[in-house]
Design a protein around this ligand. Structure first.
Ligand SMILES: Nc1ncnc2c1ncn2[C@@H]1O[C@H](COP(=O)(O)OP(=O)(O)OP(=O)(O)O)[C@@H](O)[C@H]1O
Ligand SMILES: [Mg+2]
Length: 396
């Protein structure tokens, strides 16, 4: 029996490819960007050999997800970007002349079907009608391809052959064609959204090599449990201030743009792809400058009226990545110094900030703790120019 790999509780055969030529290497990939429900749907489709169509916004991870699943299962992965000039010759095959005379060359579909590769048809809705007719025929119950150009040769799909397709939602992308119902009907359809913030931060971390903790100048729980944290006052430096890590702030910016787009307040978008470009530019350009190059420069004047203030709120100054990194080092040093002095007591407090309503005069321990934190902050504020860094909104 073939070795198996379990994904979302479904076991898939691990392929033993004859050649590794088209088997992707996705070591930089963490996991699929799909949520568990959609991933399960995709894996079930693969298991049962149903064609699967992913519909979602540009740069949301549709193509990468199929590539990742091929990698996980050791399958060969091929991709064809369909457009108005993809013809039967490219897709199915053609006769051509060479030294031996007239020979037949398989197109990508025929080759993938014979060899048992996975084939992803990107932007399937852009396909010409004659291509869609072929897709409809190979997704019919018998799954065969008849090569009319070669008499009537019948190509039976290899058991490992799988067909996938992707497209952007037609209602959101002007100029994209609707996919006809007959074709759409043959596929299992998965509607893909952007990855969750946590996952998107992970994607950025993998692609850019920037530590997801960079810029997180304060304790663990204070980032999560907003309700427990005293109000922050960044300007005066009073109370607990939590600095949001750089990557988290970038994802937050993207999600603000997406929410505005969804509520039709702006036309511009910010895809995972753009976020990756932004993060990858940070060793060359300061943060806001890089945001303009990758995201804001593509927006209309009207969109910028919303996007620019949001960017300015998250990033006060146009700091560089290097600055972030050196401040982080300084912070760690200072924190370590405080910890050494207080014998670890401050760390406990930072991990579990006292409630805003704590009556510190009645509780000597809380009183002591708050004082220690304030002390720590005063020191930090003095030593670091912390107002340059994004501040967590979670505990405001
Ligand atoms: N889970 C993930 N892990 C790592 N990188 C990811 C993940 N999902 C997406 N990406 C990255 O995000 C970028 C956009 O992904 P992808 O090309 O798959 O989007 P798409 O939905 O196919 O976009 P389009 O509709 O424009 O074709 C790529 O650089 C890809 O490597
Ligand atoms: Mg794609």
């Amino acid at each position: 029996m073939a070795k198996q790999v379990e994904i979302c509780g479904i076991s898939l055969d691990l392929n033993e490819p004859v050649s590794k030529e088209f088997v992707p290497n996705c070591t930089e990939f963490m996991e699929s960007a799909l949520d568990q429900r959609n991933l399960k749907k995709l894996v079930a489709g693969v298991k049962k050999n149903y064609p699967v169509l992913l519909v979602g916004p540009t740069g949301s991870g549709k193509t990468s997800t199929i590539k990742w699943l091929a990698y996980k299962t050791n399958n060969s992965y091929r991709r064809l970007q369909l457009n108005g000039s993809t013809d039967i010759d490219n897709f199915v095959g053609r006769w051509t002349l060479n030294k031996e005379g007239t020979v037949w060359i398989d197109g990508i579909l025929t080759d993938a079907m014979r060899k048992g590769h996975w084939l992803l048809l990107d932007e399937i809705n852009m396909a010409l009608p004659e291509i869609l007719v072929i897709i409809n025929s190979i997704t019919d119950d018998d799954r065969i391809l008849v090569l009319d150009e070669k008499g009537t040769e019948v190509v039976e799909p290899h058991p490992n052959f799988r067909l996938f397709a992707s497209m952007n939602p037609t209602e959101d992308y002007s100029g994209t064609k609707e996919l006809n119902t007959a074709t759409r009907n043959r596929f299992i359809e998965i509607v893909v959204g952007y990855p969750s913030p946590d996952m998107e931060v992970g994607i950025l971390e993998k692609h850019s090599g920037i530590d997801r903790e960079l810029g997180k100048f304060y304790g663990k729980d204070s980032l999560k449990g907003g309700a427990n944290c005293p109000k922050q006052d960044v300007t005066s430096g009073q109370g607990i201030v939590t600095f949001k890590p750089l990557l988290e702030s970038m994802v937050e910016f993207a999600n603000i743009i997406r929410a505005n787009n969804e509520h039709q307040k702006m036309l511009g978008v910010c895809s995972t792809r753009q976020l990756i470009q932004w993060a990858n530019l940070l060793d060359v350009l300061p943060i806001k400058n890089a945001a303009y190059v990758t995201i804001l420069d593509k927006m209309s004047k009207e969109d910028l009226k919303i996007a620019v203030p949001e960017l300015d709120k998250l990033f006060k100054n146009d700091t560089t990545l290097k600055d972030f990194e050196s401040k982080q080092k300084e912070f760690e040093k200072i924190k370590q110094g405080i910890l050494d002095k207080e014998d670890g007591a401050v760390l406990d407090v930072l991990d579990e900030p006292p409630s805003a309503t704590t009556n510190t005069t009645e509780d000597s321990e809380a009183d002591w703790s708050v004082e220690s934190i304030e002390e720590a902050f005063q020191l930090l504020q003095k030593e670091l120019n912390v107002s340059d860094f994004p501040v967590s909104n979670n505990n405001v």
